[in-house]
Design a protein around this ligand. Sequence first.
Ligand SMILES: NC(=O)c1ccc[n+]([C@@H]2O[C@H](COP(=O)([O-])OP(=O)(O)OC[C@H]3O[C@@H](n4cnc5c(N)ncnc54)[C@H](OP(=O)(O)O)[C@@H]3O)[C@@H](O)[C@H]2O)c1
Length: 247
Amino acid sequence: MHHERPVALVTGSTSGIGAAVARRLARDGFSVVVHSRSSAQAGLALAAELDSAVYVQADLADDAARVKLIDDAIAAWGRLDVLVNNAGISRVIPHADLAAATPDIWHELHEVNVVAPFRLIALAEKALRDAAQRGRSGCVVNVSSHAGVRPKGASIPYAASKAALNHMTRLLAVSLAPDIRVNAVAPGLVDTPLTAGWTHAQQLWKERSPMRRAASPDDIAQAVAMLVTSDYLTGEILLSDGGLNLT
Ligand SMILES: NC(=O)c1ccc[n+]([C@@H]2O[C@H](COP(=O)([O-])OP(=O)(O)OC[C@H]3O[C@@H](n4cnc5c(N)ncnc54)[C@H](OP(=O)(O)O)[C@@H]3O)[C@@H](O)[C@H]2O)c1
């Protein structure tokens, strides 16, 4: 049967930014595929809370699981209009401590933060192009980081993975246009479980950023929703850091 609502897959949507994006897109009229690696309880609870949602579990470090995630997401309602690549991992390593940034850490971050989003886009390409046939281009939003724009961030392997994600965003915006728009949101500090202990960054945002506070997950969800709403923007990296970069 033909499903009227557009469908969005939000990776890593059991926590923090992803959960806020899932809630926001559900409010905006999307059927939502909620996803995470291991927090299945939270995923099932969020899917039950939303109007029209399912939960799928998949470890994005594993390519077979990526394939299954996209298959399951498309099977849920027979279409996929929006892919939000939000799931990501971080490691805190002082930038000057080069020995601590081991090859294993480089590979782990690259696999989840760069290879996984690319693979999900590749696997979803046909479904997203089909969205264009229905009258609105398919849409990808990658959640990167201000650390991928400026020489900052939790660690050099993390920042480099987000810089790679930003460049991939621009490259794919060119390759997939006009059927699929590809943009990124690059948050500064966001209050989520990931950053709960980051007191130095919290102080910095309170004192130095023009907006005088870190972002809430809802602030970032709003930026994602803006890019989803657009019919024209593509290849943009929307820095969402409360203006910290200006100081
Ligand atoms: N918080 C910030 O200040 C900030 C700033 C800039 C950018 N970001 C970016 O924003 C995104 C979300 O961050 P957040 O702070 O909301 O993170 P979070 O609260 O730690 O949530 C991360 C989500 O991603 C999922 N995930 C992690 N690794 C995964 C894997 N290998 N396979 C599948 N799912 C996986 C987690 O699932 P499980 O819980 O099941 O593991 C969880 O649902 C990340 O890409 C992060 O780099 C965050």
